[in-house]
Write a protein that binds this ligand. Structure first.
Ligand code: URA
Length: 279
């Protein structure tokens, strides 16, 4: 059973969308981007009929390493009924998610935010980027990563031949925490189903988690970025790479080099031949 089947078996809506072409290859890329998705990423081996919500987080237990020289990391997601029974899993498009987020009252952040920031980009992106939460600029404009760190993010993905219109960008939280304070656990719990559903709808080939908060939240771990980098984790079956948040890079340029290595790794995952789809 692949990850989408597992999601459907756990109560998620079936995905009936056709697949759009992947973003155009850049002329200076060494290797052209594959023209379309060949199939879903391999699934973690998790019983889909498990009745309880047990986050499946294991060190290298079920993830095969798709690039032989890169260690497999943590595996998160599977038969998480608590998430898949969430009403967010009845939302059948990114637009529906955005509309629902706009009226969301699951946590108090809507009351202090100016705008919802549900996420933006290519609805069929092979490359998905997940940050922490909107900041002041994002709150004003209703779009993720539009401030100084967003400009740096645009350069970072440009370095691997991607434009913002090629990727889908979302945050763990869809409304700005006042004063940019750290997200609270109950806010993350309330908002997470939107992100999981976005990932399920976009079906990226790789997720890039930016910064400690996104990485630790998605991977359900307290391990540091230093320990999480350089591995191929799995989030609901999708390969996930961890790197530094662009805001941290603005403060500490020494992290540019490791970030470059991380995005190169993500690019390699994008470029690798896809395993055949399960029957
Ligand atoms: N930082 C984030 O994590 N997300 C944004 O959208 C902007 C800044």
């Amino acid at each position: 059973m692949n990850w989408r089947d597992a999601i459907r078996a756990a109560g998620g809506a079936p995905d009936t969308r056709g697949r759009a072409a992947v973003p155009p290859a850049q002329p200076d890329q060494e290797e052209a981007m594959p023209k379309r998705k060949a199939g879903p990423p391999a699934a973690p081996v998790v019983p889909a009929d498990s009745p309880i919500h047990v986050p499946v987080t294991q060190q290298g237990a079920t993830a095969e390493s798709p690039l032989e020289d890169v260690p497999a990391g943590l595996v998160v997601g599977g038969a998480s009924r608590a998430i898949f029974e969430d009403p967010a899993f009845k939302l059948n498009s990114l637009e529906e998610i955005a509309a629902t987020v706009a009226g969301c009252r699951r946590c108090p952040l809507y009351a202090t935010a100016i705008n919802p920031v549900p996420g933006t980009g290519h609805p069929d992106a092979d490359f998905m980027i997940v940050g922490e939460a909107p900041g002041a600029n994002e709150d004003e404009q209703g779009e993720p990563f539009v401030g100084a760190s967003g400009q740096l993010l645009t350069k970072i993905i440009g370095a691997i031949g991607l434009a913002r219109s090629d990727v889908f960008i979302a945050n763990v939280l869809k409304h700005r925490p006042p004063g940019n304070r750290n997200p609270l656990p109950e806010e993350v719990t309330a908002c997470s189903p939107y992100l999981v559903r976005q990932i399920e709808l976009v079906r990226p080939k790789v997720i890039l988690a930016l910064g400690t908060f996104a990485a630790q939240t998605l991977l359900e771990t307290k391990l540091t970025i230093g320990k999480l980098r350089g591995q191929i984790h799995r989030y609901y079956g999708v390969p996930l790479i961890v790197t530094y948040h662009p805001a941290a890079l603005l403060r500490n340029p020494a992290w540019k080099r490791p970030t470059w290595e991380d995005v190169q790794l993500a690019r390699r995952i994008l470029d690798r031949p896809q395993p055949a789809a399960d029957a």
